[in-house]
Design a protein around this ligand. Structure first.
Ligand SMILES: NC(=O)c1ccc[n+]([C@@H]2O[C@H](COP(=O)([O-])OP(=O)(O)OC[C@H]3O[C@@H](n4cnc5c(N)ncnc54)[C@H](O)[C@@H]3O)[C@@H](O)[C@H]2O)c1
Length: 371
């Protein structure tokens, strides 16, 4: 095989951007071979815009069509592990949008099918390809700042308007989205947090539901984390602050890393060394890595086995907030799902809104690392 034939499920805002990237031959090694959506208006748009590409209305038919080797899943979150499981059972590779799932219990079947299939399971955690985060990861892993003592990640620049939440009937609801800023915007940062600082052993969180917007889910969250070596951490995020920041401090017993305003500063041995960020296209980097992993055995940048960690943290944070308790990271997934089901039962269906103007070729600046 010298080209991976890709089908995309869910051609909304991000699915359209991925479709164009592949259709215009920018993701070397991938060819756009099928598209799938259930929305009638969307299907008409696709037939006009991607003329020679077969369009399906049922992802199962697309997966079984024999036209594709791999599937990109860009539907609302709850469907991610469901479609992945079906794709693995039909021997396809999978690249799932983030979050890989809404609740970790829903990964059991997808992981089982993945293991049996021998195929690749990647995720679109595009911020893993940001130069400064990669550099920080290398420095921490090499022990440049010694043992970690304390970290603080404030990522409050995910500002979203009420119009954004109103642009889709699934957005901002427990039934359709299964969470707020921790489930939709901050998965990238929760992943970077655990990628660099490791998984906490316990956490205590406060999630503020509908604080800034008329939505059911949280638009602000604060997580306090404890690590095995006694280190502590804080993670603060929000979609309600117009002049938010992206600021990450990692304190070790031999030095400190600060990442802020497009700069990484390493303070060590009485000296400060500074590194600047570079323009990058994280989505394209992940698409190319997916192709190279299938075709040439390249290591996946964001394998599913690691991507689930950010969902463990977000599920733990919700549970902690709902129970008003410190939560061990090995909390009961079944208990979490019981709480989530109650939220879903109380969730109100929303009218479908028109979000056509959000479908563009380009990856939006807000989906990448903003300083
Ligand atoms: N990695 C990133 O930077 C990034 C950016 C934006 C969105 N996302 C993720 O992508 C996913 C989609 O987000 P969006 O903003 O594009 O949403 P969207 O609502 O614009 O698009 C979702 C599309 O899925 C379709 N769909 C729903 N059920 C389907 C089914 N059963 N079969 C086929 N199609 C179906 C809808 O009709 C819609 O066109 C979310 O999980 C989101 O978190 C990731």
């Amino acid at each position: 095989m010298n080209n991976v034939r890709v089908g995309i499920v869910g051609i909304g805002v991000i699915g359209t951007a991925h479709a164009y990237t592949i259709y215009e031959n920018n993701a070397t090694g991938l060819s756009l071979s099928a598209l799938c959506d259930i929305d009638t208006k969307c299907i008409e748009r696709l037939k006009g815009e991607f003329k020679d590409v077969p369009v399906f209305t049922d992802y199962k038919k697309m997966i079984k069509s024999g036209l594709i080797d791999a599937v990109i899943i860009a539907t609302p979150h709850y469907l991610h592990p469901v479609i992945a499981e079906f794709a693995f059972k039909n021997k396809l590779h999978v690249l799932s949008e983030k979050p890989i799932c809404v609740y970790t219990l829903s990964m059991k079947k997808a992981f089982k099918a993945h293991k049996k299939s021998g195929k690749l399971y990647a995720t679109m955690l595009n911020q893993r390809t940001n130069k400064l985060f990669m550099l920080a990861k290398e420095m921490v892993d090499r022990g440049d700042i010694g043992s970690l003592i304390k970290n603080r990640y404030v990522i409050t620049n995910w500002y979203r308007t009420q119009e954004y939440y109103d642009s889709g009937n699934w957005r901002g609801t427990w039934r359709g989205e299964g969470g707020g800023v921790l489930t939709n915007q901050a998965p990238h940062n929760l992943d970077i947090w655990q990628y660099i600082c490791g998984m906490p052993v316990s956490l205590k969180a406060q999630c503020f539901e509908g604080k800034y917007h008329s939505i059911e889910v949280e638009d602000e969250a604060i997580i306090y984390a404890q690590y095995e070596n006694g280190a502590t951490g804080e993670f603060i995020t929000s979609t309600g602050i117009q002049n938010g920041v992206n600021s990450f401090e990692i304190q070790g017993d031999k030095g400190k890393i600060t990442i802020e305003k497009g700069k990484l500063i390493l303070e060590k041995d009485g000296q400060a060394t500074s590194f600047d960020d570079e323009e990058y296209n994280g989505h394209l980097n992940i698409l190319k890595n997916f192709a190279n992993a299938i075709l040439h055995g390249e290591k996946l940048i964001a394998p599913a086995s690691e991507s689930v960690n950010q969902v463990i943290i977000s599920n733990g944070a919700y549970l902690s907030s709902w129970k008003n308790q410190q939560i061990d990271i090995n909390f009961s997934e079944k208990e979490y799902y019981r709480f989530l089901k109650k939220k879903i039962a109380g969730s109100k269906p929303k009218e479908k809104q028109n979000n056509e103007d959000l479908h563009t070729k380009e990856y939006k600046r807000k989906w990448t690392t903003n300083w």
